[in-house]
Design a protein around this ligand. Structure first.
Ligand code: NAD
Length: 493
């Protein structure tokens, strides 16, 4: 019997539980045991968090701080992450099943995210457009927006939250973060980092709960900006919710990203790219390359190599450094993926590898690396985001056909192209609807390169320099410098 850990919430610089005592549990997906209990924040607690953030935005030390001082606060957050990285990684792995070596790496890497945006805090400048002598002086100043609601999913949550919190703070906003009910622990633990860094009370608040908590937050009248990462169905509920507060919004949603491999590709390189595109993080990545398009000439050889490698992936305990693929995060996800794969195979999909639960795992939400070949893109498995280790494969003969297949999707998040012909790979990259393309590689990333999608993959970009400006708005100021009083407009001269 595992001891159940209790996690609170962080509101206005203090730790608390839900005011009505409501809680929910989290299951360790590797063991199927309940391991943690969280506060299930009712709307009153969300209101308290937003009020605290609003107060911190208007009063207290935060709005009086210079941009350079805010930058120092962000760098202090970065410094406080380092000693906490192991623990942050461990709770995230226990909660979500993501490999420990990845969660610890991501926690450490977060330091750079806060340092980067700390460095940008005092570089967000306004403008003075040209004006003739005697005309009013025109200033364009950049101001923060106010309270930012950051709603995040359970996968890579610290990282994803970092790409919202860091630029929002750098620009002078305050934040209320809502962790995912499927894995809240790492975000709650992160509030200890905020505390250790001496961030003023109310500047960063963390609430936990499910959809009701999220709705209360995104529709709150004092929220000025919603930054959401999650699924498209949830986004469809958040968009109307912001009719209440007319908050600005960015939506980082899912994908069904194509990976296109031409006859002239380096096959070993392509196989490694495909494996990392779909089986890294057990396929639970917004950028997962889940639609493989292969040219006729290499189709058989590439698939033979790929299936061989997929079958040898070591599935197991996510805390074991030898493990290559951990479990899915939730039972609901495992059951859904299992059903969709079975349906696809019974209606004509050709199962090349995996397709079910690994034989040697009787506990945990494990699912085998799965590859299914199709004749066309009509099957649901090819069209829907699964968020799991399932690759659908199609073949093509010409460059035009590859482009048509790549474009035939409701999503536009990412994509990969493998070819030794640079000009062709570049042409195809430009034709693929996506916010990010990898050529002859996959999954590499940098905090300096923006990411985001369009269509059902959302809108807005995170990462990079512009993210700070994205958390500001301009104000135009006209100043009479003519030395002449403003004439009475109703007196004819
Ligand atoms: P989800 O949409 O179910 O939940 C995301 C968050 O929204 C959770 O905190 C949840 O509690 C909250 N939420 C749910 N209903 C809400 C409502 N009505 N109002 C306000 N908030 C609500 O997503 P998930 O299953 O946790 O995560 C998987 C999804 O996230 C996938 O689609 C994946 O592609 C996407 N994702 C996108 C990116 C990206 O950067 N684009 C990164 C990671 C994950």
């Amino acid at each position: 019997m595992t001891e159940i850990r209790t996690f609170g919430m962080f509101i206005d610089g203090a730790w608390c539980e839900a005011s009505n005592g409501a809680t929910f549990h989290s299951v360790n997906p590797a063991t199927e045991e309940i391991w943690a209990e969280f506060s299930d924040a009712p709307a009153e607690d969300v209101d308290r968090a937003v009020q605290a953030a609003d107060r911190a935005f208007r009063e207290g030390p935060w709005p009086k701080m210079s941009a350079a001082e805010r930058g120092k606060v962000l760098r202090r957050i970065g410094a406080a992450i380092e000693p906490a990285a192991e623990e942050l990684g461990l709770v995230e792995t226990t909660d979500s099943g993501k490999l420990l070596r990845e969660t610890v790496w991501q926690a450490r890497n977060l330091k750079e995210v806060y340092e980067y945006y700390g460095g940008l805090a005092d570089k967000v400048q306004g403008d003075i457009p040209p004006s003739p002598q005697g005309a009013p002086l025109q200033l364009v100043v950049r101001e923060p927006l106010g309270v930012v609601a950051a709603v995040v999913p359970w996968n890579s949550q610290l990282h994803l939250a970092g790409f919202k919190i860091a630029p929002a703070l750098a620009a002078g906003n305050t934040v209320v973060v809502k962790a995912s009910e499927d894995a809240s622990a790492a975000i709650v633990e992160f509030a200890k980092v905020i505390e250790a860094a001496g961030v003023p009370p109310g500047v960063v608040n963390v609430v936990t709960g499910g959809a009701a908590c999220g709705q209360a937050l995104v529709s709150h009248p004092l929220v000025r900006r919603v930054s959401f990462t999650g699924g498209v169905d949830t986004a469809r509920k958040i968009i109307p919710a912001t009719a209440n507060n007319i908050a600005a919004m960015s939506l980082e949603l899912g994908g069904k990203s194509p990976v296109i491999v031409f006859d002239d590709a380096d096959l070993e390189n392509a196989v490694n790219g495909i494996l990392s595109a779909i089986f890294a993080a057990t396929g639970q990545s917004c950028a997962a390359g889940s639609r493989l398009l292969v040219q006729d000439g290499i189709y058989d050889e590439l698939l033979a190599r790929l299936v061989d490698r997929a079958n040898s992936i070591r599935i197991g305990d996510p805390t074991d450094p030898e493990t290559q693929m951990g479990p899915l995060a939730t039972k609901a996800q495992r059951d859904r993926i299992e059903r969709l794969v079975a349906e696809a195979v019974s209606s004509g999909g050709r199962l090349l590898s995996g397709g079910g639960r690994p034989a040697n795992r009787d506990r945990g939400y494990y699912f085998e690396p799965t590859i299914v070949a199709f004749e066309n893109q009509e099957a649901e498995l090819v069209r829907r985001e699964l968020f799991g280790p399932v690759l659908s494969v199609l073949r093509f003969s010409s460059e035009e056909e590859a482009m048509d297949l790549a474009r035939d999707t409701d999503f536009a998040f990412a994509g990969g192209v493998f070819s030794r012909d640079f000009a062709k790979a570049y042409r195809v990259s430009r034709a693929v609807p996506a916010g990010r393309i990898w050529m002859n590689t996959y999954r590499q990333t940098s905090l300096m390169v923006p990411f985001g999608g369009s269509k059902n993959s959302g809108y807005g970009r995170e990462g990079g320099i512009d993210a700070v400006r994205d958390y500001t708005q301009t104000k135009g100021i006209f100043i009479n410098v003519s030395g002449v009083p403003t004439p009475d407009p109703f007196v004819m001269r």
